[in-house]
Design a protein around this ligand. Structure first.
Ligand code: AMP
Length: 354
């Protein structure tokens, strides 16, 4: 039996294992916490990201390795790669772990982003806010779900932003007045075959994804093609094997690249029931050297609603509703599960999501 090692054992690992089992592939997780939620779906090896002995025990007998957590140290991935040759390279992680590298990478590929400035000192911050006006200042690394971010309406807010974030490497981005947020998810095999899923329309609250609808409604075919081009360009330039996501701002018919997630992504969870093949199944296929399968919609429309904090007391169910509790301890703002609805129209799906 093939054994796939996964660095990180959160809900993304859980859903990867759920997609791997029907392919006859079992998963083993590496995670520092005592009881990661993916442990219900496979063996868990506990250890820190610098615990070489635990990592060696984890790597024993693995056929392939991948990750579901993007803050895995790049050196660790490269070290595992020497033992388990099929691990995707750490290059995607290297780019995605630093927002300045990420923005530079997009720019070098000719892809548009918000205007941005690197900020290392209080003086840099003043210069950036004078140039950009209204801005979002973010830590360059380690942030997620809107954490490590502060908004400024102009240079007058410099002191407050510096008090909140100063002393760490930062990036200031011009505030984009987007019409909506969308994301493109792509998957690539080692031989370079690329597939993309229909574009998702995403709504965030407080920097956290709340809802996704796919395909994004009223999508101009030219914008859909531009998004697909972005997905293909990014995944190919990274020589990435497996699934990744590029989060985008739509401004008229322009798409600005906001962020790269070098892994399966929350805005693709709808694909488990909404697409013929999910982002998880194709990721497992890609990293285990199996051919990719169809990313077409399995229903006209699919939508996903994130449960934050706690899951509902009675989990919704029905022919068009699919509950995914992650078995995580309730905590304010924490992603603890999601609900997927499918239907004939966007209105029907929105109504089913409640
Ligand atoms: P991020 O962590 O970069 O994905 O940011 C989280 C969320 O904050 C995004 O999904 C947007 O809703 C918002 N956001 C981030 N950067 C910008 C920006 N430059 N302009 C406008 N909104 C932004």
């Amino acid at each position: 039996m093939t054994t796939l090692g996964i660095l990180g054992g959160g809900q993304l690992g859980l859903m990867l294992a759920e997609a791997a089992a029907p392919l006859g592939i079992r998963c083993r997780f590496y995670d520092p916490v005592a009881e990661p939620c993916a442990a219900v779906a496979g063996e868990h090896v506990r250890g820190g990201w610098d615990d070489h002995a635990a990592l060696d025990a984890f790597a024993e007998g693995l056929d392939h390795v991948t990750w579901e957590f993007e803050n895995v140290p790049v050196e660790l991935v490269e070290r595992l790669r020497a033992r388990v040759p099929s691990t995707p390279s750490g290059y995607s992680l290297h780019i995605a772990q630093d927002r300045v590298r990420e923005k530079t990478f997009f720019g070098e590929l000719g892809l548009e982003t918000a205007p941005w400035r690197q900020v290392d000192t209080r003086a840099d911050l003043s210069t950036a806010l004078e140039a950009l006006g209204a801005a979002i200042v973010k830590t360059r690394g380690g942030g997620y779900d809107g954490k490590g971010q502060a908004r400024a309406s102009g240079p007058a807010d410099g002191d407050a932003v510096w008090a909140a974030l100063g002393g760490r490497p930062l990036i200031a981005e011009g505030l984009v007045r987007f019409e909506r947020e969308v994301s493109v998810i792509a998957c690539r095999t080692r031989s370079g075959e690329v597939v993309t899923w229909p574009l998702a329309w995403n709504v965030h609250e407080g920097g956290i994804l709340r809802r996704s609808i796919a395909p994004a409604p009223e999508l101009d075919p030219a914008v859909a093609a531009a998004a697909e081009h972005i997905g293909r360009t990014v995944i190919t330039a990274l020589d990435h094997v497996g699934t990744l996501c590029v989060e985008l701002f739509q401004v008229g018919d322009r798409l600005l690249c906001n962020e790269l997630a070098p892994r399966v992504h929350n805005s693709g969870h709808w694909s488990i029931e909404g697409a013929v093949t999910s982002q998880f199944a194709n990721h497992v296929r890609a990293v285990c050297d199996l051919p990719l399968a169809s990313t077409a919609m399995a229903h006209p429309v699919a939508g996903m609603w994130n449960w934050l904090g706690d899951v509902p007391e009675v989990l919704p169910s029905g022919p068009h509703l699919h509950s995914h509790p992650y078995g995580k301890e309730p905590r304010p703002g924490r992603k603890v599960g999601h609900l997927t609805a499918t239907g004939a129209t966007v209105a029907e799906v929105l109504e089913r999501l409640g």
